[in-house]
Design a protein around this ligand. Sequence first.
Ligand SMILES: Nc1ncnc2c1ncn2[C@@H]1O[C@H](COP(=O)(O)OP(=O)(O)O)[C@@H](O)[C@H]1O
Ligand SMILES: [Mg+2]
Length: 359
Amino acid sequence: MTRRRTRSPAAVPGTTPPRRPEPATGPTVPGTAPLARTAAQAARRPTARVSDAREFGRVAVLMGGNSSEREVSLNSGSNVLAALRARGVDAHAVDGIPALIEQLAQRRFDRVFNILHGGDGENGVVQGLMQALGVPYTGSGVLGSALTLDKIRTKQVWLALGLPTPRYARLERGADVLAAAREIGLPLIVKPSCEGSSVGVSRVFEAEDLPEAVELAGRYPGELLMEQLVVGEDYTVGILGDVALPSIRIVPAGEYYDYHAKYLAEDTQYICPGLEGAAEEQALELSLNAFQASGCSGWGRVDLMRDRSGRLFLLEVNTTPGMTSHSLVPKAARQIGIEFEELVWLLLETSLPPAGSTP
Ligand SMILES: Nc1ncnc2c1ncn2[C@@H]1O[C@H](COP(=O)(O)OP(=O)(O)O)[C@@H](O)[C@H]1O
Ligand SMILES: [Mg+2]
């Protein structure tokens, strides 16, 4: 079990959480948790627009697939499926894109809850397919999905807009890595531009360790990203609609949030909210801006770092983050009183046209 240090609303000393006011925009989902911690959080708490599960029609929960994250996706998908069914949604598992194509050709589904992680599930390919077939789906569209699967190009957009992200170099195969490292300065970090889960990532403190880091990242397809190492803390911010959820500070027991700390270690700590007051507001605002600037919508998660002087640096956006019992978006949602089932309902609502738009 991962040790968790998320505080429940009731555990905050000296505060009596206010009852969440009735939402102005629509009905609540039956059985939702009514508490939010502060007035600011209450204002930020997304509320349901749909009250009757039948309005969603028949829903495909797209999971599994053939990416390296297949197992995690199956885990996320079975949680999502169970939550939707518990709320009366006519939801069914579909494993992978070929199976989805077959089912959609027979018009078996009215919408898709996409919980494929990585690969064609997260890079715009399946989004383009559903778009072309006119089938509504959860999460980001083609542009946001495709852009953010590529860390280098996402950074280029952020930099053009003046959003903070670590200094970087794009390494093509056979590039002069020493020259690039001189430009960035040590310490630095080398990572594949289009992978996730911290695979192929190494930190480099001495020039002599550079070739090994480049070789490791080079085992994965696509370009390599060399980035200035931010010495500080890891944060992640979940996005739900146009709301940034409370930040989570990730405290790995080891040196940084590598593959081991993410999936294997039992002693990684997750602190939510990760920051307080103005620093928290700043992190949420930056994350939401970065998410929207990358063409993303619906829901997702923004990873960032904060250096010792409090400066924030954007790292990347995940457009279909994990939805397992240990996942971070559910943890952040819980902090403002949104339990897993309601969260899944709200995520399914991201497949609807935006509120106020004409059908
Ligand atoms: N520029 C950086 N400075 C310091 N640590 C970094 C930097 N980039 C990545 N990391 C560390 O590596 C982890 C994974 O990097 P990230 O860019 O989020 O890629 P992914 O999660 O897709 O593998 C981060 O959570 C952080 O701990
Ligand atoms: Mg990350």
